[in-house]
Design a protein around this ligand. Structure first.
Ligand code: 5AD
Ligand code: SF4
Length: 456
């Protein structure tokens, strides 16, 4: 009989990718996905540690899973609970101390060992069954081998798929836990990335998003010589040669790693979509320095100018943090000025969240919560205005849409414009997975609406 697997994914796209790899790893062991925790023989929480709120959610979800586990036990069924991802990496055995019903804790670089860990937990639990004792296995290693060499090839694909090309980060921005939870920067060999992408395309993928915590720092070993490394731009030129791959995206980038070749690719590679998420975090040079971002606002604006020269219609996105320690009203106003100067198509913004173990967490002059709330609202108002104006600017234009899902209502479909806008429109089910032309007819704050020329 097949076993059921429930996975809840928190946080970034890298976690979405990792969860998919966990499914690939566990399906040969007979696990099938379920959306309902009550049915699950194994429940994995793939967690995020980037801000405190994300972490708190994990512990409240664990409490809920415990109830489900107890209910299943009453009817003689077992449920193994596992915590993976960045909270697991940061907290390790502490999770099992706080939640002793958790069977496995594993970090982002150790999940290729899942089958082994399951065998170990099951074996040891069987031995101690008489004592009804749960055995917790913790694996938060950063192994010397790369997990990628142990992950199975994808067997299924989606119209739009993620391909991890780079992981970890050596930048050590002072607010960020990523260098601690994901580890040191590592780029996958180009040949492996090409193989994965070709395979996904042969299984039906039309769009890939290249993933990395610092994706444009990519420097993978060339397929032709172990002594030569390729940057992200070179990789994109090569991926563009794959027949049937219609769209290429990448995320997340650091402004100082936007090199000439990558910028050139934006002007020359038609499959590379005109949308770029390029976080700056703050518009104040003083704050940027305290954040250890290693660049000024002028350098950031210069990169955007070069990108716009190469690809004039490129839509820009960013991340912002308000209320970084020591941020003054003037610093905040400089962030608003920078937002006005760039004119974003969309952006994410967050209140600074103290992360234990990071340099900024120990800085003086932490900004009071009400000030953060006020600054966030002010920034978000401006960003929302810009996003709506960007969406409105596309009304009346025809856009190529990759239809990737059903819409909210009957007969409705959804897709993405090249600029990453969500589009909803009425259309026949069989258009799913197709690249079609849609006339944009309306703009909302977070999406646009459109009509298909020929409703099939
Ligand atoms: N507090 C608030 N936001 C943070 N980010 C990273 N660390 C923190 C933190 N401690 C944001 C940054 C980053 C995004 C992924 O999350 O904006 O780009
Ligand atoms: Fe974190 Fe990104 Fe800075 Fe790396 S570059 S430390 S992932 S914010």
């Amino acid at each position: 009989m097949s076993k059921k697997l429930y996975i809840k994914t928190y946080g970034c796209q890298m976690n979405v990718y990792d969860s998919q790899r966990m499914v690939d790893l566990l399906s040969p062991l007979g696990y099938e996905m379920t959306e309902t925790p009550n049915e699950a023989d194994m429940a994995i929480l793939n967690t995020c540690h980037i801000r405190e709120k994300a972490e708190q959610k994990v512990f409240s979800d664990l409490g809920r899973l415990r109830i489900v586990k107890d209910e299943r036990a009453e009817s003689g069924k077992d449920m193994m609970i596992a915590v993976g991802g960045c909270v697991a990496q940061a907290e390790g055995a502490e999770i099992i101390r706080q939640a002793p019903y958790v069977s496995m804790v594993f970090g982002p670089q150790a999940y290729h060992k899942l089958p082994e860990m399951i065998a170990k937990t099951t074996r040891e639990r069987d031995i101690k069954l008489g004592l009804k004792k749960n055995i917790g296995v913790v694996n938060t290693d950063f192994p010397v081998e790369s997990k990628f060499d142990f992950l199975p090839q994808p067997t299924t694909s989606t119209i739009s798929s993620f391909v991890s090309v780079q992981e970890g980060c050596d930048n050590f921005c002072t607010f960020c836990v990523v260098p601690y939870t994901r580890g040191a920067e590592y780029s996958r060999p180009v040949a492996d990335i090409l193989n994965d992408t070709r395979r996904l395309v042969s299984l039906g993928t039309k769009e890939v998003t290249l993933l990395g915590q610092n994706v444009n720092a990519f420097h993978g070993i060339s397929p032709n010589s172990n002594d030569v490394e390729w940057g992200l731009g070179r990789l994109i030129y090569e991926l563009a040669e794959i027949e049937g791959l219609e769209r290429i995206r990448y995320t997340t980038s650091h402004p100082m790693d936007m090199d000439e070749e990558l910028i050139k690719a934006h002007g020359e590679v038609p499959q590379l979509m005109p949308y770029l998420h390029l976080p700056i975090q703050s518009g104040s040079n003083r704050v940027l320095e305290a954040m250890n971002r290693r660049h000024t606002t002028a350098q950031y604006l210069d990169v955007i100018e070069k990108l716009r020269k190469a690809r004039p219609d490129i839509a820009m996105s960013s991340d912002f943090i308000v209320g970084f320690p020591g941020e003054t009203k003037e610093d905040h106003n400089e962030t608003l000025d920078l937002v006005r100067a760039v004119n974003y198509a969309q952006a994410y913004s967050f209140k600074y969240s103290i992360r234990p173990g990071t340099p900024a967490g120990a800085m003086d002059l932490q900004v009071p919560e009400p000030v953060k709330v006020e600054r966030l609202a002010e920034l978000q108002n401006l960003l929302n205005e810009q996003q709506l104006a960007f969406n409105q600017s596309k009304v009346g234009t025809k856009q190529q849409i990759l239809v990737d899902r059903e819409g909210k209502y009957d007969g409705q479909l959804r897709g993405k414009t090249p600029f990453m806008q969500s589009v909803h429109f009425d259309g026949n089910e069989r258009l799913q997975g197709e690249m079609i032309e849609v006339l944009i007819t309306g703009a909302l704050p977070n999406s646009v609406s459109g009509i298909v020329d020929t409703i099939g």
